[in-house]
Design a protein around this ligand. Structure first.
Ligand code: MN
Length: 726
């Protein structure tokens, strides 16, 4: 960095304000030099370098000589023995108050970081209203400190950079000071994410060198076209600010390899009409990217920024942004409030009718009402970051999200488990659907359920990468587990069919050859592949089937069927499906044909989702069955076979053989006994049994039959019914 001399400042001020008070600046310079004499910065340079640079930045903003004098003197109250009274005596009330204001902003009396931030904001706002110049000097001070941050110790660097990104850059942005804002952001990024920063810088450099002088070529084309159309306009081209590229990459979850949109051009036209004309010319030459045309001339931003924006795609698919605006708009875009701040003699405040102070006045009114610094910070952030949504937990913790975020994003922000188990949400006390976009100030209360799990639709209901990642992660793990389970069952069934002792094969490591052949490290992976339908169960099992077994054919499927009677409840349909020969398979009704109970159905092993149940007439089935290995026989569960568990209490005389008669009375009615316990004492015994009962008629039959058994004293139903689910 070139060394700033006092003369450079004088030259700069004279250029825009020839009648400036040179004596004031001379006095301030000499005073500052004397007061800071002997002091050095962390860089080892004389301290005076810092106030000189701050004053130079203020001159760059074309501020009045009072501001520049304050820039030269801004640290004397803080770092030297000078008093406010002395400043008043030598430089007058304005300079004394301003320096005092700048000094107060950085003086902390609070302990927590949050309170400190809130307090800095509060002071900045108060200063803005009483005299905006305090804030402008403070911003210049911070800018120079950021430019020389490398000399500070690591810990200090991080805290200054964080504060800059969270407080100073947003304030600069809100005041429309685009140039300072960008530089503060880029410098913060460099220290907060040094690796990202370097990588990005390198990547952009490489792209630029590969594409030759792409900036020059586009610039030349633009200039030529404007000239042909008799439009007077200056064209400049540049790489977008690294911070803006970086935050966009984060937002869109793209990595450096996919980075294309990094060039920006600017046309400064002489009037508004030419701005729109230029836009038309550009769109004739290059294809505009939909959704990227912005008319901030007709609709200025809240900080009074005006410009036309468009993004077009040029040669070899290279996209670039063009901003088109007039010279006046350019000044406002770069310098914001400093560009149109009028200094009136004797009174410099926010009592001006200028609309830009409406926002400030509102903020100051709020901050007078709100005593809790945390609440104040939150309301302020809402205003400073318009692209974000600020939401609260019922306890008052604040979470910021990109616009469009839903309660699911919120749930995953709290904790992965809270997200995975999210069953519902109350926003501001009212139950709302999970896909409801959150609004600023929403109080969000997530409800969880122990058995809830993420569903596939959730992926499209969230906007934060964290939530999306967590949901996908869960779904993938779950899909894998289910596939393993399904694959294991399919293989075991196939093995049973051919009387192959699968478990024995595993124990004898007889499967190693197969695993190697398929290139699978673990048995689980083989199951998963079968479950996914990549490998058929038959092709695996057949290797272990002897010719003799093959000739014998399969075992009687009826035996397996009888052994396993399971009912599958469905949420999508009141009907239940029984899958022949399988215990607890994951099944679902295919959406294409939605088979009805009673209809002929077939099962098909899908990749990772279990067994799809199709109607036999479904046209999709005919195509699917080109892969017959993945077909499974299924049938509807008989509705009458739905069983309920009923607890019975049977009191009997305690004598020989009676228990056997009770059991056979139950079995004769084709009734399953799930559980049975007997207690005896003083000649009587009590049997507590859980029976599988289809309906009331069935129960009455069982009760009658038991009552008629010789030796049974009493039969009672205990009312404690549970549905027998799979
Ligand atoms: Mn300073």
């Amino acid at each position: 960095m070139t060394m700033i001399r006092f003369e450079d400042i004088l030259d700069k001020v004279e250029a825009y304000k020839p009648d400036f008070d040179e004596e004031l600046l001379q006095k301030a310079y000499i005073f500052s030099a004397r007061e800071h004499r002997g002091q050095v910065r962390s860089s080892g340079e004389p301290y005076l370098i810092h106030p000189l640079n701050v004053a130079y930045i203020l001159a760059d903003m074309r501020l009045d000589e009072t501001s520049i004098a304050v820039g030269l003197l801004h640290d004397v109250l803080e770092d030297t023995l000078t008093t406010k009274e002395k400043l008043h005596e030598i430089f007058g009330v304005d300079v004394a108050e301003l320096v005092d204001g700048v000094t107060k902003i950085s003086r902390y009396a609070y302990v927590s970081k949050e309170e400190q931030q809130a307090e800095t904001f509060r002071k900045m706002l108060l200063a803005m209203v009483s005299d905006l110049r305090v804030v402008l000097v403070k911003l210049a001070d911070r800018l120079h400190n950021m430019r020389t941050l490398q000399y500070l110790p690591e810990e200090k660097r991080l805290s200054v950079a964080t504060e800059t990104l969270e407080i100073y850059a947003p304030i600069a942005n809100r005041l429309g000071m685009g140039r300072i804002k960008s530089e503060l952001e880029d410098l913060s990024l460099r220290y907060l994410h040094p690796r990202d920063f370097e990588e990005l810088e390198k990547a952009v450099d490489e792209k630029l060198s590969i594409s030759g002088d792409v900036v020059g070529r586009i610039k030349a084309t633009l200039a030529k076209k404007l000239k042909e159309n008799e439009i007077e306009g200056d064209v400049t081209g540049r790489v977008k600010s690294l911070y803006s590229i970086w935050s966009k990459m984060r937002r869109q979850e793209i990595d450096i390899g996919q980075l294309y949109d990094y060039l920006a051009f600017r046309i400064i036209a002489s009037n508004v009409k030419d701005c729109y004309a230029s836009l038309g010319i550009i769109h004739q030459m290059w294809r505009p990217v939909p959704g990227r045309i912005k008319d901030y001339i007709a609709m200025p931003k809240p900080n009074f920024y005006q410009s036309l924006h468009t993004t077009v795609v040029a040669e070899r698919g290279q996209p670039f942004e063009v901003q088109i605006r007039t010279r006046e708009m350019e000044l406002v875009a770069e310098q914001g409030i400093a560009a149109h701040w009028k200094y009136k003699e004797g009174r410099v405040g926010a009592s001006s009718d200028d609309a830009s102070f409406l926002w400030l006045r509102q903020l100051v009114e709020w901050q007078n009402e709100i005593k809790d610094p945390r609440v104040f910070m939150n309301s302020l952030k809402i205003d400073l970051y318009p692209d974000e949504v600020y939401t609260f937990t019922p306890k008052g913790d604040v979470f910021a999200f990109p616009r469009g975020a839903t309660p699911l994003d919120f749930a995953y922000r709290i904790h992965t488990d809270v997200g995975n188990r999210c069953v519902g949400v109350r926003v501001n006390g009212k139950l709302v659907p999970l896909r409801t976009p959150l609004k600023n100030g929403d109080i969000v209360e997530i409800m969880t359920g122990a058995t809830q799990t993420p569903s596939r639709e959730w992926v499209n209901m969230v906007v934060t990468s964290r939530a999306r990642h967590k949901i996908r992660h869960w779904l993938n793990a779950e899909q894998k587990n289910r596939s393993i389970e399904l694959g294991r069952k399919l293989i075991e069934k196939e093995a049973k069919k051919y009387r192959v002792q699968w478990r024995k094969l595993i124990a004898e490591n007889a499967l190693d050859g197969v695993m190697t052949e398929y290139g699978l490290p673990r048995l689980e992976d083989l199951y998963a592949d079968v479950g996914y339908g990549k490998v058929s169960a038959r092709s695996v099992v057949e290797r272990f089937v002897t010719e003799e077994q093959k000739e014998k054919g399969t075992t009687d499927e009826g035996v397996i069927q009888a052994a396993v009677r399971k009912i599958f409840p469905f949420t999508s349909s009141p009907a239940a499906i029984k899958v022949k020969g399988y215990d607890d398979l994951m099944t679902y009704l295919a959406k294409c044909c939605n088979p009805l109970p009673g209809e002929k159905i077939v099962g098909y092993v899908t990749r990772g989702k279990g067994v799809a149940i199709h109607s036999s007439n479904c046209p999709n089935v005919k195509n699917l069955m080109f892969n017959p290995d993945r077909e499974i026989a299924v049938e509807w569960a008989d509705q009458r076979q739905s069983q309920f568990q009923v607890e019975m209490e049977i009191v009997i005389e305690d004598r020989q053989g009676i228990l056997a008669r009770v059991v056979s009375a139950i079995s004769n009615l084709k009734t399953n006994i799930r559980q049975m316990e007997t207690r005896s004492g003083d000649g009587k015994a009590t049997i507590e049994a859980i029976l599988e009962i289809a309906d009331l008629k069935h129960l009455e039959k069982v009760t009658r039959s038991l009552s008629s058994v010789d030796g049974v004293v009493r039969v009672d139903r205990k009312y404690n019914i549970k549905h027998a689910t799979a």
